[in-house]
Design a protein around this ligand. Sequence first.
Ligand code: SF4
Length: 332
Amino acid sequence: MPDGHAERVPYRSIIRDLAQAIPEVPVIAVGRITDPAEAEAIVADGTVALVGVGRALIADPAWVVKAQKGRAHDIRYCVSCNTCWERISQQRVPIACDNNPRVGLADELDYTPSRVERARRIVVVGAGPAGLEAAWIAAARGHQVTLLTRSTEVGGKLRLRALLPGGESVSSVYDYQHAAALRSGCEIVTRREVSLSDVLALEPDAVILATGADMVAPLWLPDELRVSGLVPDLRQGMREVLRHGARQAGAAVIFDMDHSEGTYAAAEHLHAMFEQVYIVTPRDTIAQDLPLVVRQGALAQRGIVCHRIGDAMAARSLQVATSEGHAAGHAV
Ligand code: SF4
């Protein structure tokens, strides 16, 4: 179940060797084949007789039909996050998918929203994956939809994740939704920070707030450090680091209460930018909430030091680091 750390079709050479060793037996290629063009290529060059697709059909069960009918642009692509697999095999809860909110529902195959009898005026605030999904489905139902975002582009915070290691395929989530919203006739307004009166001026029948969530600073963090900006939240810190681009001296420190996949993608990027990267966590180890295969990818990152540390200890060490300059002004 290769995740975003793996290249596309990562087992291609192993599968080719196997097929050549037993030419009398048809071999099926599997493993992170998410795009019909990848599947076509591996069959066309004679590597294998067949291609097996698993997660790609969870993300979009109409994958085959769309591939056959020249609708590859209309596929919801699997982003190899392994949420589906983790839920059914480890957590023993019903399946869910990061890119197919209708997975397991009776109408999920080539889903087309049903039309409403009475169109309403709907305003959606926030153009991340949740706002985009609500907007395109409401518009496809026949509602008159305006989607407002203060950003210059749609995608929300997921756009930041797409810029970090292993995030290349993530952009397909909001690319699909954006195209669906435009197709459905949704009006998209960017660069618009709205107030309540702005929203009400549009005279909506319904308002959907999808403005996302903010990170919370740890309770032990002294107010003066939080206010000074020396210890930004990880998303803000990564935006700044991505703007700079050049490798620099010093250490980056991540205090990790979150244990989500984006945290370790950020660590991986910081590792390429700083001399040292430290992940400090009060939990037993890092990446505990990730699907197994994704956790393996996070734990396999070389050169990133993980410290298990109590909250009080974290506060003390951060003060020491900043007062003695160990964090080189770039504690994250
Ligand atoms: S949950 Fe993730 S890995 Fe599973 S099908 Fe959906 S996008 Fe792919």
